[in-house]
Design a protein around this ligand. Sequence first.
Ligand code: ZN
Length: 357
Amino acid sequence: MGEGTPLGPKRLLALSINPNFERYSRQILFAGIGEQGQRRLQASSAVILGCGAIGASAVQLLARAGVGRLRVIDRDFVEPSNLQRQALFDESDAREALPKAVAAERKLRQLNSAIEIDGLVSDVTPGNVAELLNGFDLILDGTDNFETRFLLNDFAVQAGRPWIYAAAVGSYGLSFTIRPEITACLACLLETPDAGPMLEETCDTIGVLGPVVSLVASFEAAEALKILSGQPEALHGRLLSGDVWNGRLQSIAVSRNPQCRACVRREYLYLKGQLQPHITMCGRDSVQIHERRRSLDLASLGEKLSATGLAVKTNDFLLKLAVPPYEMTIFEDGRAIVKGSTDPVVARSLYARYIGA
Ligand SMILES: [Zn+2]
């Protein structure tokens, strides 16, 4: 390119002093982002609550896009049945039963070493939601249950923070961006009599396809890029849904409920913990005990349990204990997931027997 050549977009990129701009050049060339949008992305932050299928796919898009600070929060560990759709994890993560937050942090660092990433192995509760989610520009939903989503909604509405709802089951998925005071909130959308079926089906009962996860995570990540690059006017404000099996796509307007419990009456029942049980179902024929905030010495617990002849497997983050027909996974913070039962009484009794009160 000679001296007299007009400055086209490529020439402008070549002139950029920041080497990051080459890395993000295809995104900067996109008119909706541009150089200013890219700078804003790099100065922005997002927290992903739940790093299963949708969370993992969405957060890897944001890491690649150069969002400056990302936090991934997840309470679970990688299992072989996750690999069919959870894009950040591989067979070695499942073999080691690594916590998803730890595996995700490692993978994301490989994708983009220039951004700040932290993975937290934690269960979000009314008691810690503010501590875990405060200080981020945007919250992304990667959860797999409505109890946590309603807690997130209560927090976000009260704090005036935007968040993006995303869910998938079977071959169907949807996403909706929630901006408190501007759009409807999750309670406007779902705390209605006809929302029943949406709340009942789960991936553990009717399965879920990988492609719908990618579709919904893409809806979610695109909305995130608009917010984080400082272009809220580009948000479409609609609930997008799609079924990758029958090919139906829908975009519908959602209005605020003038009687909404959360965004109008400001009754934050989930935030107050009034609707939070101490033991929750967490899919896969499992229950979780999660009210205990104590720290366990997993190494010495592992030795103690092995000495009694039980099959114990540990890594730096968790301990797995086989008590046929059950399997317990115990985390450092005292939380436990009991697989093989949906009965809270069984879960409590196993916990008391092997971990202690
Ligand atoms: Zn509302």
